[in-house]
Design a protein around this ligand. Structure first.
Ligand code: ZN
Length: 427
């Protein structure tokens, strides 16, 4: 580690940091018990991984160690691609600490940003080297600045794809319940009509949005059932404007009609999808639209309301599990994303454990969280696989996570772009 940094510092003095990253830095030979490469779903005992600079150079059994290579033994561990969180909100913290309304209304932007910095670090240290952030929930464009701070090495965190403010139908989001004459800060940007939608999409892309996040349905009033919010014309206008700019579209949809509109409009991922029917999921599968089931969100909010985790589970939890099973049966691609922020950042594995409990094989869950998410997020050539030429985003966990998915919580070693992340409790 120290040697690696010295090499980079020396190269910086010579004005060739890039050269140091790719050629001058010592190679790292990792010797875990096994490698899960994120592609074939298998655990390969005895495989090793050679990293040079920011990339993986070689993978396989008994690799020769180049002269000067740093050899790191990871006894008993499985080495995998860095995990990819598919649905997070780094600017939120658990609702049992502070309600969503109070976070949006009462927490200053600087406080929310400072917390997001700490939460980004917790995410990386949990082995999640990438995260798709689906909206700052009232914290404006601060995610763009956080992403830049991480990319510039000012603070620790995962690689981010960000959605900035997200877009909702006028009057359909929150916080609510105020005297109508009072202007209240909202958790997302409000639009009405295709023209305003296009303007909002373009404004957000110009400000740094990698994704456009829409809400196709929501509770119009607190306590209501979710109902459609944006109409089909508005969603189609958003998709056209976003896709023209090369940005994909993620849609919150939990009602059948909200999902139908989003699918019809040609969006890229659907979030939650609780109300999906076999017919709806069949169209999603045909169009290769990925579903982020966010089982952990309904699990967490149910527990905040007093559920102890035992049977019978509340209706929302059962509906969520059942919709996942319908989606799997229909062949819908599954994105691993839990809506982290509703529950604690760093506990991203919670969704993986719940996906396995709901019927996915652990290896399928691991593939969803690695090469699957990389594919849905346009990173298949760079991330999500332990293969030569890929970025060296790696995580080693104790044990075999294809046997027991809980092993993903036992993080022993993390690299991002070939740099070792200093974990405080590395054993
Ligand atoms: Zn969310």
């Amino acid at each position: 580690m120290a040697k690696h940094w010295l090499a980079i510092l020396a190269a910086l003095a010579l004005g060739s940091a890039a050269a140091a990253q790719t050629t001058d830095a010592p190679a790292i030979l990792l010797k875990p018990a096994a490698v899960f490469d994120g592609i074939d779903g298998q655990v390969h005992a005895g495989w090793q991984v050679l990293v040079r600079g920011e990339r993986i150079l070689a993978v396989g059994p008994a690799l020769p160690s180049p002269a000067g290579a740093v050899v790191i033994a990871l006894d008993g561990d499985t080495l995998m691609p860095g995990l990819i969180e598919g649905h997070g909100h780094l600017f939120l913290h658990p609702y049992n600490e502070t309600s969503w309304d109070d976070q949006v209304l009462h927490e200053p932007l600087a406080l929310r940003t400072a917390r997001a910095v700490a939460q980004a670090r917790a995410t990386l240290h949990a082995g999640f080297t990438s995260l798709r952030d689906l909206g700052t929930e009232g914290a404006g464009y601060a995610d763009v600045g956080l992403k830049a701070a991480i990319d510039q090495g000012i603070v620790e965190g995962p690689r981010l794809q960000v959605a900035t403010r997200a877009i909702v139908a006028l009057g359909a989001y929150g916080p609510k319940g105020f005297e109508p004459g009072v202007e209240v800060p909202q958790g997302a940007e409000e639009v009405s009509g295709a023209e305003q939608m296009v303007a909002a999409v373009r404004r957000q892309i110009a400000a740094g949005a990698d994704w456009i996040k829409l809400y196709a349905d929501y509770r119009w009033r607190p306590g209501d059932e979710s109902r459609p919010t944006l109409n089909l014309e508005e969603i189609k206008a958003a998709v056209a404007a976003a896709h023209d700019a090369g940005r994909p579209v993620a849609v919150h949809a939990s009602t059948p009609e909200g999902m139908r509109r989003a699918i019809d409009a040609g969006v890229d991922t659907i979030e939650h999808g609780y109300g999906g029917t076999p017919a709806i999921f069949a169209v999603m599968a045909a169009k290769k639209i990925a579903l982020c089931p966010t089982l952990a969100a309904s699990d967490a909010t149910s527990r905040y309301r007093g559920w102890n985790g035992e049977d019978p589970a509340p209706a929302t939890v059962r509906l969520n599990q059942e919709s996942l099973r319908l989606a799997l049966r229909a062949g819908v691609p599954i994105c691993m994303g839990g809506d982290v922020g509703v529950y604690a950042h760093g506990d991203n594995a919670r969704e993986m454990v719940l996906l396995a409990a709901a019927g996915m094989r652990p290896a399928e869950v691991l593939l969803a969280a690695t090469s699957g998410n990389a594919r849905w997020f346009g990173e298949a050539g760079r991330l999500g696989a332990v293969r030569p030429g890929m970025l060296a985003d790696l995580v080693a966990v104790a044990g075999d996570p294809t046997r027991d998915i809980q092993a993903v919580r036992a993080v022993r070693f993390v690299t991002k772009g070939g740099k070792i992340v200093p974990l405080e409790q590395a054993k």
